[in-house]
Design a protein around this ligand. Structure first.
Ligand SMILES: Nc1nc2c(c(=O)[nH]1)N[C@H]1C(S)=C(S)[C@@H](COP(=O)(O)OP(=O)(O)OC[C@H]3O[C@@H](n4cnc5c(=O)[nH]c(N)nc54)[C@H](O)[C@@H]3O)O[C@H]1N2
Ligand SMILES: Nc1nc2c(c(=O)[nH]1)N[C@H]1C(S)=C(S)[C@@H](COP(=O)(O)OP(=O)(O)OC[C@H]3O[C@@H](n4cnc5c(=O)[nH]c(N)nc54)[C@H](O)[C@@H]3O)O[C@H]1N2
Ligand code: SF4
Ligand SMILES: [Mo]
Length: 709
């Protein structure tokens, strides 16, 4: 199938429109689609180079494998799909008989992709509500806050029409080239850029105003901005009166955060907070948020404060503000599928989802994606509490590297009765499997998804036939399910589609958008209205934007945003862990743990770095490029990083990335306990009381010598 095809890159959540050229059955070129309404010609090296190399990689897993020796021995036997799926069905059915369906769990990145929905529906079909997603480590707090407040703006910001972009905890230059290009365009036409980030990122350098907070204190800044807007009459009184619930109580709470008080908490200048509020008030203004204020134990309160700011300033669903997520009537998203009563287990079963008792806004029937609380699943695997989890199917996530406390994750994987991993490469997670299944890449499979930033429906085209025996998630799941049904081991078939094409047609439903149209242009725009509050309302208990959250109040949690000192600070105060660590800084060459097996990427970024201020380095006797061990308060070991001296971080703050492993190092860990920051992290709380998220930044740490490196 030679030619040039409009498609969508699915290697990260930016989902850029792409043009893929195939010649002689090989991808000869991938580049941006300048017409795409969201990415507008933005693209990155991962899409251009990493994806085709990943697809053609000599070490790619191309056939089902059965372990041949001890778990993790690295010895494998190539087997047929029939043999692999029969064995999987036998083992999973045996666990189901012995321990019940809830002893089976799935793991995947999340339901933004078809693979997320497929893993969830596979587990439900087997009778288990248990599936793990990354989102407690990713965008979970913003999603829970967004739902509680009733905004529906996650992933939707209109930078191109804004007068002011408020960028908080986001590094678009590395994480999102479409956003980065839009910010540069906005700056060029005179829009204001305000950045809140402890690190001097390229966005901070672009900014008119940069606030450098102490990590984890942004909620105080947001509340002080609210206070300024209220006292100076800069908020949208008409919107507040008609559509907001609890404004007076929010104003009262914000009064506790006078700029001078917030400045002290956040270690920024009070004048800068006032200036930020006034710039933001000169709307339309758009809130651009990222991981820097998510994935920590105060994430929901932090997002609640910024979400309240978006609402009271009148920037909700406004051009140049934060549009609400739009979709064509009749179209189903993957999240819609998960919440559709036709695809649900009985409520009595779903409330037993691991973690639903502690975090009902996160896990179980009322949860955002209805998934489990991951650290509680790891606990269940290791202890049998609240009940045993003995069989795990992992697809599209590398949990041995990307979950905190890698030692514990590896111990949990080793202790399972059965582990199957669907993957493209032999990751540390796959290395511990009983059965490894070869997956297609996004050049070999078709995908339809809503792109909230377009807004449009995006289409990823299968431009190549699958390499080797690789198959897509849906085909693997439906074949497995048929075998489980043959063994009398399913509850109900929630995967009625016979092919990915059929699933895609189902999602498109009555939207009037056809696959033919998507294949032609790679995306489909649809008409939508802004500020459709009268007809669409807000999905909250009061039907309004809940500045005061009735759902949080009902759960006995603080219904209004507030700052609370991170519990981990205590250890720092004791002086044992004098530095403050940020993890997760994105690198252009890698997508989390992916592409560590690509020579060009390792040449650009050969080692995991620790950004450290020259003064802090000198105090530790460290020079640029020294290897150093990092220990984190509450962690179970150290990890090895290479220093990078820079004044982009403040003295006392150190920052690193994530996702490091070394495919060439000895297995099964392949460096996951060596150069991986998650080897030094803990996953046992404190957790965000609403979303269950753990701290991935603001971590008290200390530097120790290493003997290797
Ligand atoms: N190249 C590349 N792009 C990616 C990814 C990748 O792996 N590689 N991953 C994708 C995914 S899944 C995600 S979730 C996103 C993440 O991308 P981003 O949302 O940009 O997240 P990070 O890079 O983790 O952190 C963003 C910024 O938050 C700052 N920060 C840290 N702590 C705080 C704090 O307490 N307050 C404030 N205000 N800022 C803080 C950091 O210094 C950093 O500059 O990137 C996506 N894009
Ligand atoms: N300490 C710390 N830990 C973190 C974070 C942090 O900031 N700090 N960030 C967290 C965040 S935001 C996230 S999203 C998670 C990410 O965690 P993961 O989702 O585990 O990250 P990936 O490395 O992207 O793993 C994806 C795996 O999916 C497989 N895969 C499936 N389908 C495809 C495909 O179509 N293409 C490709 N290329 N691979 C595919 C690959 O085999 C790959 O191994 O990590 C989290 N972990
Ligand atoms: S930013 Fe890069 S990896 Fe992400 S979708 Fe765009 S081209 Fe693909
Ligand atoms: Mo993420």
């Amino acid at each position: 199938m030679d030619g040039t095809f409009a498609s969508t890159c699915w290697e990260c959540s930016t989902t850029c429109g792409s043009l893929v050229t195939v010649a002689d059955g090989q991808v000869s070129k991938i580049g941006p689609n300048p017409n795409h309404p969201a990415s507008k010609g933005a693209f990155c090296v991962k899409g251009i180079r990493a994806l085709p190399e990943w697809t053609a990689h000599p070490d790619r897993v191309l056939h089902p494998l059965r372990r041949d020796g001890e778990r993790g021995s690295g010895r494998w036997m190539r087997i047929s799909w029939d043999a692999a799926l029969d064995e999987m069905a036998d083992r999973l059915a045996a666990i189901r008989t012995e321990h019940g369906p809830l002893a089976l769990a799935g793991a995947v990145s999340g339901a933004f992709f078809s693979r997320g929905a497929v893993v969830a529906l596979l587990m439900r079909s087997l009778g288990s509500p248990n599936w793990m997603i990354n989102q407690d480590l990713c965008g979970g707090c913003r999603a829970v806050s967004d739902r509680l407040t009733g905004l529906a703006i996650t992933g939707a910001e209109d930078i191109d029409d804004t007068n002011c972009a408020l960028v908080v905890g986001r590094n678009p230059q590395a994480a999102d080239p479409a956003q980065w290009m839009a910010l540069k365009r906005a700056k060029a036409r005179g829009a204001r850029i305000v950045v809140v980030d402890p690190v001097r990122t390229p966005a901070a350098e672009l900014a008119d105003l940069w606030l450098r907070p102490r990590p984890g204190t942004d909620v105080a800044i947001a509340l002080a901005m609210i206070h300024v807007m209220v006292t100076e009459g800069l908020y949208d009184r008409a919107f507040v009166d008609r559509w907001c619930h609890g404004f007076d109580r929010l104003a009262e709470r914000a009064a506790d955060y006078h700029p001078a008080a917030a400045a002290q908490i956040a270690d920024v200048a009070a004048d800068d907070i006032v200036a930020a509020a006034r710039m933001y008030a000169y709307g339309p203004a758009t809130f651009v948020s990222g991981h820097g204020i998510d994935a920590f134990s105060g994430g929901v309160q932090t997002f609640r404060a910024f979400h309240c700011l978006v609402a009271i300033s009148g920037n909700l669903d406004r051009r140049g503000g934060n549009p609400r997520i739009k979709k064509p009537a009749g179209f189903r998203t993957y999240l819609d599928l998960l919440h559709d009563p036709a695809f649900r287990l009985p409520h009595a079963v779903e409330v037993r989802t691991i973690g639903a008792d502690r975090f009902p806004l996160w896990a179980g029937p009322e949860g955002w994606q209805t998934a489990c609380h991951n650290p509680s699943v790891i606990e269940a695997i290791l202890t049998g509490e609240p009940y045993p989890v003995r069989g795990l199917y992992v697809s599209g996530v590398n949990i041995a590297v990307t979950y905190p406390d890698a030692r514990r994750t590896l111990a949990a994987l080793r202790s399972l009765d059965f582990l199957a991993v669907a993957t493209q490469s032999m990751t540390p997670t796959a290395a511990l499997a009983d059965i490894v299944l070869p997956k297609t890449t996004t050049l070999e499979e078709e995908e339809v998804a809503l792109q909230p930033g377009g807004p449009c429906i995006g289409f990823t085209r299968a431009v190549l036939p699958p390499r080797g025996a690789a198959r897509c998630d849906l085909d693997i799941a439906t074949d497995l399910l048929a075998r489980m049904a043959g063994r009398g081991a399913i509850t109900q078939n929630f995967l009625p589609w016979t092919s990915q094409r059929a699933l895609n047609e189902f999602l498109l439903g009555d939207s009037g958008i056809s696959l033919d149209r998507l294949m032609e242009s790679g995306y489909a725009e649809f008409p939508y209205a802004l500020a459709d509050f009268e007809s669409q309302g807000f999905r909250t208990p009061t039907g309004k934007v809940e500045l005061y959250s009735e759902r949080l109040a009902a759960l006995g949690l603080d219904p209004l945003p507030a700052y609370s000192r991170p519990r981990r600070d205590l250890a720092a105060r004791q002086g044992d862990y004098p530095l403050m660590l940020l993890t997760g800084a994105r690198e252009k060459t890698y997508h989390h743990s992916r592409f560590r097996d690509q020579a060009w990427a390792r040449k650009v970024s050969p080692d995991p770095r620790l950004k450290i201020h020259p003064e802090t380095a000198a105090a530790h006797g460290l020079a640029d490029g020294d290897w150093v061990g990092v220990e984190i308060a509450g962690g179970s070991g150290d990890c090895r990083l290479k220093t990078q001296l820079t004044d982009a971080v403040a003295p006392g703050v150190v920052s690193t990335g994530m996702g490091w492993w070394l495919p060439e190092a000895a297995g099964p860990e392949h460096g996951a306990l060596d150069v991986n920051i998650n080897a030094a992290m803990s996953y046992d709380g404190p957790w965000d009381p609403a979303a269950g998220s753990t701290d991935t930044r603001g971590l008290p740490c200390r530097l120790v010598p290493v003997s290797v490196g």
